[in-house]
Design a protein around this ligand. Structure first.
Ligand code: NOJ
Length: 871
């Protein structure tokens, strides 16, 4: 059973409550002491890095010729359901700027046809394969471009996965900042190689779904985290995304340290635009914006989908006409609006979208060929909205490679896997076969019925087909009998030679849909398998002596009730395979390939093994406070610190063969200094006339045919004239504390996209030879973890993943040398006093551990001895 909160009922409820209890929205509780979002103004101008200067030059030529209403029109969506895409900006056709189409999501194009439903981020993370991360990004880019989408609303690297029950962890790459960083950055590089603007989201720390949004009764949940945790965990993947040149960033729904992300100047102006040197534009998450002027001053550049937060769909916006008004009356400086418009157009030029970029040819609101052009309008013209353009190309190949190489073998007693071709198989569990109601029966995949290929919400896509495990068995001509039930059937006739395959799953998703009592987060299911999966395994295991459990899951699930049963011989975590659940699994089950996936998170023995701060935050009056008291200690960092043995550690993953790691060497590349060398000064940014434009630039054009509820940037003549008069009055806008209009030189930790470029200098190269010592072909992953020198004054996790590489397929006896590296940043800590990345012991002996999991290292290289020791 699923519940989707429909917009009409939401609006009814909200408009009723607006008149009765409007004051409640202001109730904000102070965040716990020590968690601050200090003011940082003004919003830094974009354009100061060399790699964007040509795009800024082109953008500024346009912006200096645009009217006020043209500029405000491109900084906002034209309203929810007011176009073919999930977000549609206003245009400035006079100067050649079309509406931009913004569309979900991270695993493929949402709500369309003839698209690929790729495996989501969590499966990509499990491959630990950089080339697949990039290849999937390229394929995504081709599909988004093919449908005429300007802005891809992905990748997601936040949530980071701090909290195992959180609903949307599966959209990202795993519970480690470096794994997320490689996944995110390589996806961005792939997507943007096709001229599509990627959007890294959600900045930042949205670590649970419930209470994420402001409503009339309650402000959005506040994620309270300290500056060091921010830098070393949650901001890390965003830094790498910015370094890859990402064109846009989406701000999260939640607050950070008490200040809503959509108007948090510490986050947008300071961390993102100044320290990380982000040159593109910042958009709000959908209806996350809660104010007009404060969000503009704090660094928001684009309002999505344009409507006000509380009562969307009535033609009201905080920006559009209101932004025109705010500029005319002097509350938002012209300078800020110019920067917003320039950032948006610079991204458009940077990705080459001024040259032959296709227009949208699909409609996210309907599957029909014809339909309303503005479904959110009361009266809308109709026309062709879906042209059914096939954008799949040969992308099924990369989707299959990811699904297959993500499959993680957790247990394999007595080499039960791979199966012999003619094994007699009894197959149990509804997850083995497609949803009988249809593979796309539930909107945004908001149900858990049949094979689970993805979670639910805006991060889902419609399946063009779903190759289920049963399809896979059929195609192989396997000898199987399928019991399409989650209760143990009485008629399965266990025979001694039978192998039982049991399919179980665990789902989660986005908060606007509740599935089986789980409002996005796994509140009801906990970390248990759904549909009484544990019981099914126990019952099958009681009757069969060769049991193989196959799991499709959004994240960690508890396995203690069956994992050690003697008949449970093998366990495969196939994560979320997208459309390619069948043949990919067969390749592993029958040994065409050895499994090569590794866990992108830790699987605990019980939830009690997590710190209490990982419990979901429940309802409370006022602003829910989610305080990250565990600091740096999430996932394996926590388990290691507390010396707790989980069921399976982060990075764990077996193979049908075995590997040795040998012949390692370490060489120093860039010598370290305690602080990175000083950054270069910012380059020049566009210069504009900053006088307030004449009110006439915002007047409605004569005889304009308005669509009711559509958002426009024009004002009635009277309104515009009055706003212009107000600019000359003595009443001034109450600017926030710390407000200033003087551009800052930028912090020492900045200097280029991603931060001070010296942070990414390679400090050490490490080479290691991986040899296949078993008797089947397979791929190995070398995971590199850094251990800080002993005796330093910073409390630092025992080991932290900093790099990884995967071998090609190695035949038995074959070897390959993998090259890994650690950067200055990898060896630094964020010093909150110095506000910089500091090497705590320049001559200290860092341990560079290499192995196949976070709890299984084969060798250690030392930075002071410059040698590597096996064992
Ligand atoms: C809200 C989600 O949080 C975001 O990820 C998505 O891109 C937008 N909705 C648009 O659907």
């Amino acid at each position: 059973m699923s519940t989707i909160h429909s917009f009409s009922s939401l609006i009814l409820l909200l408009s009723f409550s607006l008149s009765t209890s409007a004051a409640v929205v202001d109730r904000r509780d102070p965040v716990p002491a020590g968690y601050v979002a200090p003011p940082y103004y003004p919003s830094p101008h974009g354009g100061w890095t060399v790699d964007w200067s040509e795009s800024y030059r082109k953008a500024s030529l346009l912006v200096s010729n645009m009217t006020l209403a043209e500029k405000t029109n491109i900084t906002s969506g034209s309203g929810i359901f007011m176009g073919r895409c999930v977000g549609n900006t206003g245009s400035a056709l006079r100067v050649g700027i079309p509406q931009l189409c913004l569309q979900d999501g991270p695993l493929g194009i949402r709500n369309t046809d003839h698209n690929t439903a790729f495996p989501p981020g969590i499966t990509v993370g499990a491959t630990f394969d950089k080339s697949l991360m990039l290849a999937r990004g390229v394929a995504l880019g081709e599909e988004f471009r093919g449908k005429g989408i300007n802005v891809h609303l992905g990748p997601s690297v936040g949530p980071l996965g701090r909290r195992a029950r959180a609903g949307r962890n599966w959209e990202g790459f795993g519970a480690d900042p470096v794994l997320q960083a490689f996944g995110g950055a390589l996806t961005i590089e792939g997507v943007q190689s096709q001229g599509v603007i990627a959007t890294i989201k959600h900045l930042v720390a949205n670590e649970q779904e419930q209470y994420r949004m402001t409503n009339l009764f309650q402000p959005e949940i506040s994620s309270n985290l300290d500056d060091r945790t921010m830098h070393e965990l949650y901001l890390w993947p965003f830094a790498e995304g910015v370094r890859s040149g990402v064109g846009s960033v989406m701000i999260a729904y939640n607050a950070v340290n008490g200040s809503a992300c959509s108007q948090n100047s510490y986050l947008m102006n300071n961390l993102l635009k100044d320290e990380l040197g982000f040159q593109g534009f910042v958009m709000s998450d959908w209806l996350a914006q809660i104010t007009g002027v404060p969000s503009a001053l704090a660094g928001l550049d684009m309002s999505m989908p344009g409507d006000i937060n509380q009562v969307p769909l009535f033609g009201n916006s905080y920006w559009m006409y209101e932004l025109s008004r705010s500029v005319l009356n002097g509350s938002v400086p012209v300078d800020r609006l110019n920067d917003m418009a320039t950032r948006i157009l610079a991204a458009w030029f940077q990705l080459g979208q001024d040259q032959n970029y296709p227009a949208p040819n699909f409609d996210t609101n309907t599957q029909d060929a014809n339909g309303p052009l503005y479904p959110g309008a009361l009266f809308s013209p109709s026309g062709v909205v879906n042209e059914f353009v096939d954008v799949q190309g040969n992308h099924a190949e990369v989707a299959r490679a990811v699904a297959r190489d993500g499959i993680t073998l957790l247990k394999n007693t007595n080499a039960t896997l791979p199966l012999s071709k003619n094994a007699t198989l009894k197959v149990f569990g509804t997850d083995a076969e497609k949803n009988p109601d249809g593979i796309n029966a539930c909107a945004d995949q908001g149900c858990n019925k049949g094979t689970l290929g993805m979670g639910w919400g805006s991060g889902s896509a419609r399946y063009p087909y779903l190759d289920s495990p049963i399809d896979g068995l059929k195609a192989r001509g396997a000898n199987y009998k399928f019991f399409n039930t989650d209760s143990f059937p009485s008629n399965s006739n266990p025979a001694p030679g039978d192998v039982a395959l049991i399919f179980i799953n665990a789902d989660s998703g986005e908060n606007y849909i509740t599935v089986d009592g789980n409002p996005g987060d796994r509140t009801n299911a906990g970390l248990n398998a759904w549909h009484s999966g544990d019981k099914l395994v126990q019952n099958v295991a009681a009757k069969y002596s060769n049991v193989i459990v196959i799991i499709h899951t959004v994240g960690p699930i508890l396995m203690e009730s069956w994992i050690d049963l003697p008949s449970v011989k093998a366990v495969l975590n196939a994560h979320l395979p997208g459309q390619e659940a069948g043949e990919t699994l067969m390749q592993v089950l029958f040994g065409d390939v050895s499994p090569s996936g590794h866990l992108p998170y830790t699987i605990p023995v019980s939830e009690d093994q997590y710190p209490g701060s990982f419990d979901l935050i429940g309802f409370k009056l006022g602003q829910p406070q989610d305080t990250f008291t565990e600091g740096l200690y999430i996932d394996y960092r926590h388990f290691n610190k507390q010396n707790i043995k989980p069921r399976f550690a982060f990075g764990h993953g077996l193979s049908y063969t075995t590997f040795s790691f040998s012949n390692a060497s370490i060489s120093s590349v860039t010598p370290l200094t305690s602080l990175p060398p000083a950054r270069a000064a910012k380059g020049p940014t566009p210069q504009y006339n900053t006088t307030i434009p004449p009110a006439s630039e915002a007047y409605w054009p004569a005889n304009f045919n308005r669509i009711w509820r559509y958002l426009y940037s024009w004002l009635d003549k009277n309104d515009a004239d009055n706003a212009a008069k107000a600019a000359n009055s003595s009443t001034k806008y109450p600017y926030p504390a710390g407000y200033s209009t003087e551009q800052k030189p930028g912090p020492a930790a900045g200097g280029a996209q991603g931060g001070n470029p010296a942070l990414f200098d390679v400090a050490y190269n490490i080479a290691v030879t991986v040899t296949n010592t078993g008797n089947m072909s397979g791929k190995a992953v070398a995971q590199l973890y850094v251990q800080f020198p002993t005796g330093i004054t910073y409390d630092t996790p025992i080991v932290q993943l900093r790099d990884f590489e995967k071998t090609d397929t190695l035949a038995p006896g074959a070897a390959q040398t993998l090259n890994l590296r650690v950067t200055r940043k990898d060896l630094s800590v964020w010093d909150v006093v110095q506000q910089n990345w500091v090497i705590p012991a320049v001559n200290g002996d860092y341990g560079i551990w290499i192995g196949e999991a976070s709890d299984s290292f084969s060798l250690r290289c030392g930075t002071s001895t410059k040698s590597c020791v096996v064992g």
